[in-house]
Design a protein around this ligand. Structure first.
Ligand SMILES: Cc1cc2nc3c(=O)[nH]c(=O)nc-3n(C[C@H](O)[C@H](O)[C@H](O)COP(=O)(O)O)c2cc1C
Length: 188
């Protein structure tokens, strides 16, 4: 039996990314493992080069268990929230740390299939660089990108409590509400 690893790169435990990854895993006939970056402490690569001998990262934080799971998995499904049209920082830190897998002719993730999805609010999908950036990381690790696609999510303005009255938010902007109504609290 193969093992499919699903990773939600969102810092939120039960957001859209988590749901999307869990839904995909639930459709698999293979064994699955789910990891959320919610609550995880993962720093970016510090370029200590401690991994160059044996492809093992020496920095002790929550990346260690993820590295182990990535190496063990037969395939990976990675969900990445779109923050400012690039991958969110937590996922980006995780991807940077995958530098440890590629030294001296050994690519520990070589040929490992990966499916990449990006969650985001923007209707203007062409602005998003998330999928291309994550695919670039995957290519650098000689992984096999099987599929990449966008998943529609919500703007944070729908749950921040000020969405209808904040003149700088997406709801006012996208619904073409007059800014002066928003500023006056007309909708409250
Ligand atoms: C700091 C921040 C920046 C964001 N920037 C964008 C953006 O540029 N484009 C976009 O479509 N969505 C943007 N969003 C919305 C998120 O992509 C969306 O809420 C997220 O994908 C949902 O994932 P989650 O529910 O799993 O946390 C942003 C959200 C946050 C918190």
């Amino acid at each position: 039996m193969n093992m499919i690893l699903g990773i939600s790169g969102s810092p939120r435990e039960n957001g859209i990314t988590a749901h999307a990854i869990k839904e995909i895993l639930s459709q698999s006939k293979e064994d699955t493992q789910y990891i959320s970056l919610f609550g995880k402490h993962i720093g970016g690569c510090i370029s200590c080069l401690g991994c160059t001998k044996d492809n093992k990262c020496v920095v002790e934080d929550d990346f260690q268990e993820i590295a182990e799971a990535m190496a063990q998995a037969d395939a990976i499904v990675l969900g990445v929230p779109n923050y400012y049209d690039v991958p969110n920082a937590l996922t980006h830190a995780m991807l940077e740390r995958c530098f440890c897998f590629r030294h001296q002719g050994t690519f520990s993730l070589k040929d490992k299939p990966i499916v990449i999805l990006s969650t985001g609010y923007s209707k203007d999908e062409e602005n998003s660089q998330v999928l291309n950036i994550v695919e670039h990381f995957a290519n650098k690790n000689k992984m096999k990108v099987i599929s990449k696609f966008l998943v529609g999510a919500f703007s944070q303005c729908y749950s921040c409590k000020y969405g209808m009255t904040c003149a700088d938010g997406n709801i006012v902007k996208d619904m073409n509400l007059p800014r002066r109504w928003a500023l006056s609290g007309f909708w409250c």
